[in-house]
Design a protein around this ligand. Structure first.
Ligand code: 1HA
Length: 276
């Protein structure tokens, strides 16, 4: 695929193709693509650009690599070397857990995000992969949690949404034992959609993206919101209902309400029926 750089950053790579696909990759392979606050800020910036780009429908979210030893990673979670006394520190020494904001942004992005997992998806990196709508992994990918071992936990989407995907028993096993799981095990437990050879990972992601892009953007956007609504309570319903408002605005019935207000007259909805 012909990628052109969309914007240049320090910790991530951000490209787009002219057929509606963006590619965002964490680019810290020597740290197994662990994220520091700056990495997350850059990801939030790139995903926001995607959000506002009407020509993009699918994002491939991945980890750059391999490292000097030939090892691939999606992401190994929070960079432990910048973890201070009360959280992850940015360059100014301020503590911020901004990755939760990134999780919400990916979930509510009105486009499809596909995780392409070329290797390790560990800790907060495993959660980022979980948050994506779809996930395709290389044969050699490794998934797991380390939180309870390194003194951390994700008691939000990282545990409750994980349990929705793999069931309570398996989710508890993943978090309580901190074992590692290979791609085959991840597929069997419903954590990923498909497995490919590492050299075919991106091409496979592009095939999936093209199939999605042939479909109705509005239908996909509303379906994504409906999958969220089931899990996200009133915030999820808000997201879904926002799209119904948006659709309603394009009807003559809604426009009559606006026009009547602007023309300082009572609205006349008599033409519009109470359809069954
Ligand atoms: O749980 C949360 C959060 C919860 C709520 C809200 C926000 C959260 C934000 C973050 C997190 C977390 O992510 S907690 C979990 C943090 N991550 C980890 O505990 C994973 C640590 N890494 C590993 O277990 C392993 O590195 C590995 C299984 C991914 C790969 O093992 P491998 O192939 O043996 O490589 P290794 O030698 O360990 O790592 C290669 C280099 O990358 C090492 O550096 P070097 O000795 O070459 O200088 C290693 O230190 C570095 N590295 C790997 N992962 C991290 C890392 N450096 C900093 N932070 C890392 N996460």
């Amino acid at each position: 695929l012909n990628w052109t750089e969309y914007k240049s950053y320090e910790d991530i790579l951000f490209h787009k193709s002219d057929e509606g696909i963006a590619r965002i990759a964490i680019n810290r392979p020597e740290k197994r693509n662990a994220f520091r606050p700056q990495t997350v800020d850059e990801l939030i910036n790139a995903f926001n650009i995607v959000r506002n780009d009407e020509n993009i429908g699918v994002v491939l979210f991945t980890g750059a690599g391999p490292d000097k030893r030939g090892i691939y990673s999606f992401c190994s979670g929070g960079d432990q070397s910048v973890r201070g006394e009360n959280g992850y520190k940015n360059d100014e020494g301020k503590q911020r857990l901004n990755v939760l904001e990134l999780q919400r942004l990916i979930r509510s992005l009105p486009k499809v995000v596909i995780a392409l997992v070329p290797g390790f998806a560990i800790g907060g990196g495993q959660v980022l992969h979980l948050i994506c709508d779809l996930s395709i992994a290389a044969e050699n990918a490794i998934f797991g949690q380390t939180g309870p071992r390194v003194g951390s936990f994700d008691a939000g989407f990282g545990s409750s949404y994980l349990a929705r995907l793999v069931g309570q028993r398996k989710a508890k096993e993943i978090w309580f034992l901190c074992r590692k799981y290979n791609s085959k095990e991840a597929l069997e437990m419903g954590l990923i959609n498909a497995i490919t050879k590492i050299e075919e990972l991106e091409a496979e992601g592009v095939i999936w993206a093209r199939e999605i892009l042939r479909n109705s953007p509005t239908a996909i956007r509303i379906l994504k919101a409906s999958f969220n609504a089931e899990n996200d309570g009133i915030a999820g319903i808000q997201e879904l209902s926002g799209y119904t408002t948006q659709l309603f605005y394009s009807s003559e019935e809604a426009q009559e309400g606006r026009d009547a207000f602007l023309e300082k007259r009572p609205p006349d909805f008599s033409e519009y029926k109470w359809t069954p």
